[in-house]
Ligand binder design. Structure first.
Ligand SMILES: C[S@@+](CC[C@H](N)C(=O)[O-])C[C@H]1O[C@@H](n2cnc3c(N)ncnc32)[C@H](O)[C@@H]1O
Length: 265
């Protein structure tokens, strides 16, 4: 983190508490459903084969990922700073009959209340590189980690129309910090992401371009926002977005980079 102002946890919590009941509606629309499908397909490729594996979904919010993991039979620990996001998750897990597979904890991702090397697979999909050291600490040696980071170039592209100065500052490396919901995030490119994690003892397995790729397909806003769609077109869209996420020449374009790696020390 590049400035030393104390983080305002109360206001971060408030922002997410207020968003909690609406958060999942993004994934009920075509654009969000495509993103969720692709996030999940990629995660599935890296899941432990052993269903007894212990998985941490840190800053896991409404359980978008915890729910399908619990349905697959994994024991999941879900933690988040926002009690309202966790309430939504608890309700969904109860409705699906898998609440007993999940331990839910309200905590700050930067101060996880878990012992060193507690988990076989640690997921941190809220884009904070600052939390990565904590996530690595609680991952077993030989275990896996999946972290979303803000992708500098893609982030600058997506905010250019609203704030060209900030976008250009990001691209010219005058800044590598962006603020969302009162929280500061480090922005990186693929090489920087690789270097940062390798320094922390992570062997990089793959880095994917995720979030916002569907916007490059010129699909009308009506379709992207719609809650009903043609299944064949959905399938075709997920296929191309999945390919785009893995295509090296497109890795600057997404809003997030998803780093997958193995803890080797
Ligand atoms: C974009 S949502 C992602 C939720 C979930 N990982 C997903 O992919 O659907 C970000 C989540 O991070 C949580 N969060 C933000 N700052 C946090 C912190 N310091 N500690 C723990 N959770 C935090 C928010 O409450 C919110 O649930």
């Amino acid at each position: 983190m590049s400035d030393d102002k104390p983080r305002d946890i109360a206001s971060i919590k408030k922002e997410w508490d207020e968003l909690a009941e609406r958060y999942d509606t993004y994934y009920e629309r075509f654009g969000g459903a495509v993103e969720h499908y692709v996030d999940w397909e990629i995660l599935k490729e890296h899941l432990p084969t052993n269903r007894d594996a212990k998985i941490l979904d840190a800053a896991g919010g409404t359980g978008r990922i915890t729910l399908p993991l619990a349905k697959m039979g994994y024991s999941v620990t879900l933690c988040d700073i926002s009690p309202a996001m966790l309430d939504v998750a608890r309700r969904k897990l109860l409705d699906a009959g898998v609440l007993d597979k999940v331990e839910i904890t309200e905590c700050d991702i930067n101060k996880l209340p878990y012992a060193d090397e507690s988990f076989d697979f640690t997921i941190g999909w809220n884009s904070m590189f600052e939390a990565a050291k904590e996530l690595i600490r609680v991952t077993k040696k030989g275990g896996m980690i999946s972290v979303f980071l803000v992708n500098r170039c893609g982030d600058a592209i997506s905010k250019f129309h609203e704030d060209p100065n900030t976008a250009l500052d990001l691209l010219s490396s005058k800044s590598n910090v962006v603020t969302y919901n009162n929280e500061k995030y480090l922005t990186v490119n693929v090489d920087e992401a690789r270097e940062l994690f390798e320094k922390e003892g992570i062997r990089i397995i793959e880095i994917y371009a995720l979030c916002g790729m569907v916007e490059f397909l010129s699909i009308s806003e009506d379709i992207r926002e719609s809650r009903q769609w043609d299944e064949k077109f959905f399938k075709q869209t997920t296929e191309i977005v999945l390919r785009m996420s893995k295509e090296p020449s497109l890795k600057g374009l997404s809003r997030h980079l998803a780093v997958y790696g193995e803890r080797i020390r």
